[in-house]
Design a protein around this ligand. Structure first.
Ligand SMILES: [Zn+2]
Length: 167
């Protein structure tokens, strides 16, 4: 996949991140492509909506892709996500055997693909090829705009979330 194709795929994930922001959720979006280049899983953050700390974009997209294929193994798939996966999502990526991960912005707070820790370089059997920085500025700008807005106009829940994220 060339850089232009990667950006086009990431654009799909950014659209989902935008949708999350419009619903007051942290703007992270994720798309899973099968080997033929078709989208088989989509996800965005829904932690507030679902009252569920595990409702991250990657988890949703992996669940949808697995349901579509009728198989928990996604070893022929590529996952695009706007923000570096956290430890939980990196674990889910490993468990689903996804072979390639492409992410946008780095997450210096919770990133588990090189920022805080690089789980793929640890002694786990399931490795994925990881590419970073695809449309990173767009993704980071969306996240900063969201957190600026939350800080200036906070609901209690959103303010809490912002503080958690900043800590
Ligand atoms: Zn996550």
């Amino acid at each position: 996949m060339n850089p232009i194709e990667r950006e086009a795929c990431m654009q799909q994930a950014l659209t989902l991140a935008k949708e999350a922001a419009a619903c007051g959720e942290v703007p992270v979006g994720c798309v899973v492509y099968d080997a033929s280049g078709a989208i088989i899983g989509r996800g965005r953050n829904r932690c507030l909506q679902k009252h569920d700390a595990t409702a991250h974009a990657e988890i949703e997209a992996i669940r949808e892709a697995s349901a579509f294929l009728g198989d928990w193994r996604l070893d022929s798939c590529t996952l695009f996500v706007t923000l570096e996966p956290c430890p939980m999502c990196t674990g889910a990526i490993m468990n689903s055997r996804i072979h390639t991960v492409v992410f946008g912005a780095r997450d210096p707070v919770k990133g588990a693909c090189g920022s805080v820790i690089d789980l793929f370089s640890e002694h786990f059997p399931d490795k994925a090829a990881v590419y970073s920085g695809v449309l990173a500025n767009e993704s980071a700008a969306m996240l900063s705009a969201f957190f600026d807005q939350v800080r200036n106009n906070p609901t209690e829940e959103a303010r809490q979330k912002s503080e958690d994220n900043a800590s």
